[in-house]
Write a protein that binds this ligand. Sequence first.
Ligand SMILES: [Zn+2]
Length: 85
Amino acid sequence: MSYRVDTPNPNRGFPQYCAYCGGTDLFPDEETDFAWACQECRRVFSVMFHGRNDPANRPAPAPSTAEALAASLEHHGHTPGVRIP
Ligand SMILES: [Zn+2]
């Protein structure tokens, strides 16, 4: 017999400290799926991850194996794509 009514929220963040008083006595609250109740200051607050911003400088995409091989052959003076019989 299970007492759980709904499945747990896998995206619920787990704060280590209360955002207001720094207390550590926190419990999930039924206010929202992301709410936590502080047992020390009695505040209810939410912790939610919204995503990440794009980086200021994105690294160049890595070449494929064939492109890297061709660049290496060309760098060392060989002609890529020509087979020697
Ligand atoms: Zn608190």
